[in-house]
Design a protein around this ligand. Structure first.
Ligand code: 13P
Ligand code: SF4
Length: 317
């Protein structure tokens, strides 16, 4: 009975969201880490790069970014004339928070002849200090465009930066930041799961620690991991990234099995990003109805931050 009631409530919410979306001229963008129901009502689902690229192509005056705040900021910086809404404005990012703009600027000033490459998981203020922005799906391609002896600062993710250094042979200076979700995946539990499922392929996001990356069959952005799962002949996968991605993996690959890798200190079988999961269907409905919370970026910062973002978009055309 309770299940029936929940289903009814969900259908009502979906109908309200559809109606409000039309009334307000809004389009819903969702990251793969959003809860499944939000992914199902979204007009577009993607990784960080795809969400930024899609934002630049939309005709609708209102973008609802179902993701974390820096994703909303990127859309706002790229589309300053549009209204960008986010269901929960406190949906931050521990990785972006690990790079304070004032401290990052001091670090840059200590290394004046360095090119600054920043991961998209940063605040608008950090992007404003940056020469080129990258995402996990284009970082190596973009860094490869620099001469081999280019001196590079890479921030804020030490794991992604270390992974790029190991693949490219570069010695980029790394900011000491990390994501609380990806740092928590357990290598010991991965080894146990690999023993129990010897045919399974391991899919890992490059924000994971080096020891874990070394055990992975595929390292990539959320979109790249999903693509690998879709096209691989393998039937079983151990997934070392946020559990929201399992929704699309299971939907797109009905005959395949996806096993979420657990974190170190948890009895639960998955690993959620508490920030991503702040967005709910109710908050999505409310933000469409009320036109808030709105994502705002200081215009002076936006003017500086748009350059490294556009440079990234140009380099990965
Ligand atoms: P992607 O760009 O791979 O979607 O990653 C975003 C993110 O926040 C990973 O934790
Ligand atoms: Fe940020 Fe980590 Fe959440 Fe991704 S999973 S949004 S990097 S806190």
């Amino acid at each position: 009975m309770a299940v029936e009631k929940d289903k009814e409530k969900l259908e009502e919410l979906k109908a309200e969201i559809e109606k409000l979306k039309k009334e307000k001229g809004a389009v819903i963008l969702a990251h793969y880490y959003q809860q499944g129901d939000i992914q199902d009502v979204a007009d577009y689902i993607g990784d960080s790069l795809a969400l930024a690229q899609i934002a630049t192509k939309l005709k609708e005056p209102v973008i609802v970014m179902c993701g974390v705040y820096f994703m909303g900021e990127t859309a706002k910086i790229l589309c300053p004339d549009k209204t960008v809404l986010i269901p929960d404005a406190s949906a931050g990012c521990s990785l972006a928070d690990s790079c304070d703009a004032v401290a990052f600027e001091e670090f840059i000033n200590e290394h004046p002849d360095y090119t600054v490459v920043s991961y998209v998981n940063t605040s608008a203020a950090v992007k404003a200090l940056t020469d080129v922005v990258v995402t996990s799906s284009n970082a190596i391609k973009i860094i490869d465009t620099f001469p081999e002896d280019e001196k590079i600062i890479f921030g804020p993710d030490r794991n992604l930066g270390g992974y790029i250094n190991s693949l490219t042979g570069r010695k980029m200076l790394l900011w000491d930041g990390a994501c609380h979700v990806h740092e928590q995946f357990s290598v010991e539990k991965l080894i146990e799961l690999k023993k129990a499922h010897p045919a399974a392929k391991v899919l890992a996001h490059p924000e994971c620690k080096r020891a874990l990356i070394m055990l992975a069959d595929k390292v990539g952005s959320t979109a790249a991991l999903l693509d690998y799962a879709r096209t691989s002949d393998c039937r079983e996968f151990i997934v070392a990234t946020e559990s929201g991605i399992l929704h699309q993996m299971q939907r797109d690959c009905p005959g395949k099995t996806f096993i979420p890798l657990p974190p170190v200190d948890s009895t639960c079988g998955c690993n959620d990003c508490s920030f991503m999961k702040l967005n709910t269907m109710e908050k999505l409905r409310d933000c469409l109805r009320d036109g808030k919370p709105e994502v705002t970026v200081d215009p002076e910062i936006a003017e500086l931050a748009v350059r490294p973002i556009n440079r990234m978009l140009d380099l990965c055309k």
